[in-house]
Design a protein. Structure first.
Length: 135
């Protein structure tokens, strides 16, 4: 079955002032079976694009360590520009200084990540959403 994990550092670039700490997530979502203890950026000043790169690298490393040897699938639900940075990190790409990944609301990006390679399989797939409900 599914094993949902709430990852507090998976938020939009620059939104750290609104992000919950690991303890706040555990308190607000007690039914989540697994909590992740990854560093959440400080809320004192808005996160920069450069700062978000480090967060993406940290999450990509954690995902690889956690799921790299498995044959299963992992679904990561993220937001906007941070998805781009995470994809760059997972695929071993150099980080870009501006947004390049086009994504409709609720779009799916599919990657194949193995210990030897990373491939972009599909980008901006909204086929799961009826056309009249896409925004």
């Amino acid at each position: 079955g599914l094993k949902p994990t709430l990852i507090p550092i998976l938020f939009e670039v620059g939104a750290n002032q609104l992000a919950w700490s690991n303890d706040e997530v555990a308190e607000r979502f007690p039914s989540i079976r697994e909590h992740v203890d990854l560093p959440v950026p400080l809320r004192s000043a808005p996160e920069t694009w450069h700062g978000a790169r480090g967060r993406a690298d940290t999450l990509a490393k954690w995902l690889r360590e956690r799921h790299g040897a498995s044959d299963g699938s992992v679904c990561v639900v993220g937001h906007g520009n941070f998805n781009q940075l995470l994809i760059e990190s997972l695929l071993g790409m150099s980080h870009k200084d501006a947004a390049w990944l086009h994504a409709e609301n609720c779009a799916v990006h599919s990657l194949l990540i193995t210990p030897d390679e990373g491939k972009f399989l599909k980008s901006n797939d909204v086929s799961h959403i009826p056309e009249h409900e896409r925004s």
